[in-house]
Design a protein around this ligand. Structure first.
Ligand SMILES: [Zn+2]
Length: 420
């Protein structure tokens, strides 16, 4: 079906979401007196037009995992323009980390945005289409990054009132699922260890809505290798092992894009490699529940050995959380959701039920170090025919979601940092 062309939203975003005038967006001082929530909204109102322009610039210049040089530079330049001074570049690749320090010491709260784009040759339905052939922002990371910049503007303006710090983590290489670990290895949390990390991902809900759940929210991906050796019937042993692994899976490949109960196991096996006297089976497993992970891991590392005929020995290596997935801290998620609902409305946050095995995230690598909570951010607009299904060729995000995401994350962070 043909996709709608997007009419320019610059100027409309502010009016639609914030009920403000779109005029005068070249960073005049925001009105920063009054209650802190009002002050945060005033900054967002000030920056609304520029944020849309910033997002469209990223959208026009998408970069795949490991190639985010221009995006990282754009982020750093914008943070500097907003007045931030503590900005580190090239953290775990093209990662950018910035921090706003409050006037008084307190906890550090982190917001993470991923920056990379996706290979796609499908035509972009929007007017501000990609100028980089074969690369597009069809996962919404340009939206996540713009929300990070929006938050930097808000907290830079509020810093004299803050008790504690806000850290902004702009991550490269999420699509390759290596960026979070690379940033951690580069010491992103070494000097300032956050008390919590929060993040968002665009989703095909209507713009204005968010979704989350305590506990597992996105599956993690594990990988394994099984080696079979010996003078016995290697072919029979390999087939038995393959069969047992296949039977451990509960989700056929054609259902990987559907909602599954939390204890699903999605198994993907490569054709076995057979050489003289040795067979090797490699595979990946997507799981969300720790009990499911333990079951497959036990099968690979010990269970298969008991199934094969005499004369064949089996050894299995298992790498859990090769891609970490998302597992939300229950207390943080409950508190964050309450904070969003209090400021954006009770109906704003929907409960995520079930997990889609095809989608994963490496946000969980950060959650493995500090507690965190993750939200889906609705970017669809059914009245305009825009559907924000990540990685779909027709992906279009309603830019109204930028302000929604920024307000939601600002609410969560403000709830964690006292202000005077
Ligand atoms: Zn993504």
């Amino acid at each position: 079906m043909p996709f709608p062309r997007i009419v320019p939203l610059v100027g409309c975003l502010a009016a639609f979401v914030l009920g403000c005038s779109a005029a005068g967006s070249q960073a005049p001082p925001a009105r920063v007196d009054g209650p802190v929530d009002d002050r945060a909204r005033a900054v967002l109102e000030r920056d609304a037009t520029r944020l849309v322009e910033f997002r469209r610039d990223l959208h026009r210049h998408p970069e795949t995992s490991g190639n985010e040089a221009r995006t990282a530079r754009a982020v750093s330049d914008e943070l500097r323009r907003l007045g931030l001074t503590e900005i580190r570049s090239n953290v775990g690749g093209f990662g950018v980390v910035a921090i706003v320090r409050g006037r008084r010491p307190g906890p550090t709260i982190a917001y993470r945005a991923d920056m990379d784009a996706v290979a796609s040759t499908a035509p972009d339905p929007v007017d501000f289409r990609s100028v980089n052939a074969g690369v597009r922002h069809i996962c919404g990371h340009d939206i996540h990054t713009t929300i990070g910049v929006a938050l930097a503007g808000i907290f830079q303006s509020l810093r004299d009132s803050l008790v504690g710090n806000v850290m902004f983590v702009f991550q490269p290489a999420e699509e390759r699922a290596t960026g979070a670990n690379a940033m951690l290895a580069a010491g992103v949390f070494t000097a300032d260890r956050p008390a919590a990390v929060y993040g968002l991902h665009t989703a095909p809900y209507e713009a204005g809505l968010l979704g989350t759940t305590p506990g597992p929210m996105m599956g993690g991906r594990d990988r394994f290798t099984v080696s079979l050796t010996g003078s016995g019937d290697l072919s029979a042993a390999t087939n038995l092992a393959l069969q047992a692994l296949q039977q451990a899976g509960t989700v056929p490949p054609d259902l990987a894009f559907t909602n599954q109960p939390i204890d699903f196991i999605a198994m993907s096996l490569a054709p076995p490699q057979v050489a003289a006297g040795q067979a090797t089976i490699t595979g990946t497993v997507t799981v969300a529940a720790s009990a499911s992970r333990a079951r497959v891991q036990a099968l690979v590392t010990t269970g298969l050995a008991a199934l094969v005929p005499a004369g064949v020995s089996v050894s299995g290596t298992y790498q859990a959380k090769w891609i970490a997935g998302v597992t939300n801290d229950t207390g943080l998620t409950t508190r964050a959701t309450a904070a969003i609902r209090a400021r954006l409305g009770a109906e704003t946050v929907r409960a995520v039920t079930g997990i889609v095995p095809a989608f994963s995230e490496d946000f969980g690598s950060f959650q493995g170090v500090v507690p965190g909570a993750f939200y889906f951010l609705g970017v669809s607009n059914s009245s305009r025919g825009w559907v924000g299904m990540p990685h779909a060729p027709e992906y279009v995000a309603d830019e109204a979601a930028i302000a929604v995401g920024a307000r939601a994350m600002a609410a969560v962070i403000l709830d964690r940092l006292s202000t005077r």
